[in-house]
Design a protein around this ligand. Structure first.
Ligand code: CA
Length: 363
């Protein structure tokens, strides 16, 4: 009863918040699906929000488990044939929390327990050699996939949601004409990409993991040179919004995102850096967000720290609008909105036919 009341309240709360009929958006997600579970929440949104037309998922970390996990999630949520790219060379590493010694590992578990939903092959008894070969053969190299998908997309129609590191996007910027397009990277981006939405950085200035944690040079290359419209989702926003508790308490028993949140954070909600980023990427400002920093632009230093600078936007006439996002609602309301969307997406995608998670594997 209490749950029903709570659900009704949340629904009422956001009834006036749902855009009349937002335009469906072409979305590419670039994710480090490996060391944090909020990428799973973000992919749940990217695969289930009604206004998301998911064109591709690119992975910017090298683990074969990341690719198998993404394939399992895509398959489970009804997007088995969405193309998957991953940066090469591959590795067989798994996540280990040697920072706080508090967090669990979820990617290999989701990949294994939901392998029947995945397009990538995983047969019982396979070792790492076979799992790696499956990824080599079943995925595209990430930059090649960007070029293929962008070349095929309608001009100016693609929103890229970057929720990890910047090696794939840096590679796209450096790319040259190929079998997919005669355009080089910057020209292809200018023709096809409407907006690059980036989870990373701190605003108006500071230091954040996605910017410094892998290759700050790739970060600086992308952020300081990308000519189109960029919108930033900073550490200070998502780091104060907690989500996942609703999914853990009330989600479908065998939902893979629910399990991932359990395996990673032991039943506790998690910060929402990536889900908020994808929510904006798909829905726009809605009633959740507002822009800050208009008229300025982001600058990334060689160590990955960043600073918002005014008086430089448009100096060369070549750069698009840059803004950072701020929540227009309370942090708790933002978390409740995400929980509502996770629940809506997960309950709408309980598989009714085909493979199921075996009784033995139920948790
Ligand atoms: Ca991420």
């Amino acid at each position: 009863m209490l749950k029903m009341k709570a659900t009704a309240l949340v629904t009422t709360l956001f009834a006036g918040c749902v855009a009349a009929k937002e335009k469906v958006k072409n979305i590419i997600v670039d994710t480090d699906l490996f060391s944090d579970v909020d990428d799973v929440g973000a992919l749940l949104l990217a695969t289930t929000l009604p206004n998301s037309n998911l064109l591709a998922v690119n992975i910017n970390v090298p683990s074969t488990y990341s690719a198998h996990t993404a394939s399992a999630l895509l398959g489970y949520y009804g997007h088995r044939d969405v193309p998957l790219g991953i940066a090469r060379p591959l590795s067989n590493e798994t996540f280990f929390d040697n920072w706080a010694y508090e967090l669990g590992e979820y990617a290999s578990k989701v990949a294994y327990h939901y392998r029947d939903y995945a397009k990538l092959e995983w047969k019982d008894g396979w070792g790492m050699g076979e799992l790696e070969r499956s990824v080599e053969e079943g995925t595209e190299e990430a930059v090649a996939l960007y070029r293929k998908v962008l070349a095929e997309a309608e001009d100016g129609s693609v929103t890229i949601c970057s929720i990890g590191f910047f090696n794939n996007l840096s590679g796209l910027l450096n790319s040259t004409a190929d079998k997919y397009s005669d355009l080089d990277g910057p020209a292809l981006i200018a023709a096809k990409v409407a907006e690059l939405v980036i989870m990373g950085g701190q605003y108006p200035s500071g230091s954040e993991f996605n910017f410094f944690g892998d290759s700050p040079y790739h970060t600086a290359h992308v952020v300081n040179n990308w000519a189109g419209r960029m919108t930033f989702s900073g550490n200070e926003m998502g780091g104060n919004v907690y989500s996942g508790k609703g999914l853990l308490d009330n989600g479908p028993k065998n939902d893979p995102a629910k399990r991932a949140y359990f395996w990673y954070n032991y039943g506790q909600p998690r910060e929402s850096w990536d889900p908020l980023t994808v929510l904006y990427g798909v829905e726009g400002l809605g009633c959740m967000f507002e822009y800050e920093g208009e008229g300025g632009r982001n600058y990334v230093f060689p160590n990955g720290s960043n600073e918002w600078r005014y008086g430089e936007a448009g100096d060369d006439g070549m750069r698009g609008e840059q803004r950072w996002l701020k929540l227009k609602v309370k942090n708790e309301t933002g978390g409740a909105k995400l929980d509502e969307l996770y629940l809506r997406g997960s309950w709408a995608n309980v598989p009714t036919t085909g493979c199921t998670v075996s009784e033995k594997e139920e948790l």
